[in-house]
Ligand binder design. Structure first.
Ligand code: ADP
Length: 447
């Protein structure tokens, strides 16, 4: 096992990794930017190193600065968290060339799966169902031909995409051509890769994703699904497990498909295989995320498996501590992402100072966050305040518990998604489990 790990991330996930390291008796080195200089979680690391100014390109995304910090602090491994360099196969290769273990999948697997178009090809070969669509599109004529073949509406998606960017829905040839240009421009600017492809738009879909984890000895298991259908701008807002619409048989079938894809890529570490489930019960792969996900905590609550700990263990060459047949799912866990943003203005980020904060707590509540009264949310990064999770025997009890926690939490000084979450948890369709990926959009359209 490692003696010392560097955490190449910030905020709640840096703190989450520090906690896992403390439980394992591993020393921690936390890097930070000047914008995070006063962040309180840094005091829980054994050593901290400033790696540059606020803009991520000059700090959390700067490979040479992170590797220098790792070398001077003499760590054996780097945990990249999520976002930033977590899905950067070049970074994983640089780590390997410096004799530092990257706590994540092998770079070859990330390269193959991180590109949605390539991931679709691999899934097809492995016999995992994908949404009908195309390979990378190189002309308007080709785009129109594919869209007419699969039938409108279609989704134009960036091959290198993430965070809901570089994605456009098209209902006819005209919106296809304009969507194609704007998706390519957005993808080029965001990812340095303008390639896009086309998929059939799955109507009234639910977003169902499967958590997988594997070791370097060829063991790969799944830990069931998370239902992430409640989204804004194609980004998750509420996640729950188990999904109200996934039967035990479907869980095992989708789990087996996810494991098949991960194995076909020679994967190890934690990963998430994302699917869309249509109203008839058919599922289609959309992508694989080759990192720990924001919403991993709810899977931990229902399975009792500490995913970050497992990631660290398998990176050190140990075998998975659990076999597929031993995975048991208990109760229902739900997470609300509490973000500093304004739902009334298209979820525009609202960075600023938290003037008053009170953490939710009590039985069955987990609050993963790094904020406190007086904390300044920097404008440079994402707008997450924290992840509010509950775990109860039934979905109805989990909803009641979440309402209590949402009433209890106090975040003043910035606009947050808390009032919207309160509305959602009182909404008949949500309570009945009848939502799809357009629920939030529909909710605002009716207001
Ligand atoms: P990103 O990597 O940018 O998050 P994803 O491929 O994971 O993009 O898709 C994000 C969300 O966009 C999905 O959860 C779903 O709501 C919507 N979406 C993506 N592809 C389709 C599709 N083919 N049909 C309908 N909705 C889709």
């Amino acid at each position: 096992m490692f003696n010392r790990i560097l955490i190449a991330n910030r905020g709640e996930i840096a703190l989450r990794v520090i906690r896992a390291c403390q439980d394992l008796g591993i020393g921690t080195v936390c890097v930070y930017s000047e914008a995070d200089r006063d962040a309180a979680y840094l005091k829980y690391a054994d050593e901290t190193i400033c790696i540059g100014p606020g803009p991520a390109a000059k700090s959390y995304l700067d490979i040479s600065r992170i590797i220098s910090a790792a070398e001077v602090s003499d760590v054996e491994a780097i945990h990249p968290g999520y976002g930033f360099l977590s899905e950067n196969s070049h970074f994983a290769e640089v780590c390997a060339s410096c004799n530092i273990e990257f706590i994540g999948p092998p770079p070859e697997a990330t390269r193959m799966l991180g590109n949605k178009a390539r991931c679709r090809e691999l899934a097809k070969k492995a016999g995992v169902p994908t949404v009908s669509g195309s390979e990378v599109i190189d002309s308007e004529e080709k785009a129109i031909k594919v869209a007419r073949e699969v039938g409108y509406p279609v989704m134009i998606k960036a091959a290198a995409g993430g965070g809901g960017r570089g994605m456009r829905q098209a209902h006819n040839d005209v919106s296809l051509v304009s969507g194609l240009m704007s998706a390519q421009a957005e993808a080029g600017a965001a990812f340095g890769d303008a390639s896009v492809f086309i998929e059939k738009y799955i109507e009234r879909a639910r977003h169902i994703e499967i958590q997988v984890i594997g070791d370097k000895h060829g063991n790969m298991i799944h830990l069931g699904e998370r239902d992430c259908s409640l989204q804004r701008r194609h980004q998750k807002l509420v996640e729950e497990t188990p999904s109200p619409v996934v039967s035990p048989a479907l869980r095992m079938e989708m789990g087996a498909a996810a494991v098949k894809l991960a194995k076909a890529a020679g994967y190890w570490s934690a990963g998430t295989v994302e699917f869309l489930l249509d109203p008839s019960g058919k599922y289609y792969l959309i992508e694989m995320n080759t990192r720990i996900q924001v919403e991993h905590g709810i899977t931990e609550l229902v399975t009792g498996v500490d995913l970050v700990r497992e990631q660290i263990r398998v990176a050190a060459g140990e075998k998975l501590s659990i076999r597929q047949e031993d995975v048991k799912w208990t109760g229902v866990a739900i997470e609300c992402r509490i973000n500093a943003e304004d739902p009334e203005h298209n979820f525009r980020p609202c960075p600023g100072k938290i003037t008053n904060f009170f953490a939710p707590g009590g039985p069955w509540v987990r609050w993963d966050s790094h904020v406190y009264t007086g904390y300044q949310i920097p404008p440079n990064y994402d707008s997450m305040v924290g992840k509010l999770m509950v775990h109860r025997p039934t979905r109805q009890e989990a909803i009641t518990c979440m309402r209590r926690a949402l009433e209890e939490i106090v975040v003043e000084g910035v606009k947050t998604t808390i009032p919207l979450h309160m509305d959602i948890f009182g909404h008949t369709h949500f309570i009945r489990g009848q939502v799809d990926t357009n629920f939030v959009e529909g909710y605002f359209a009716k207001k």
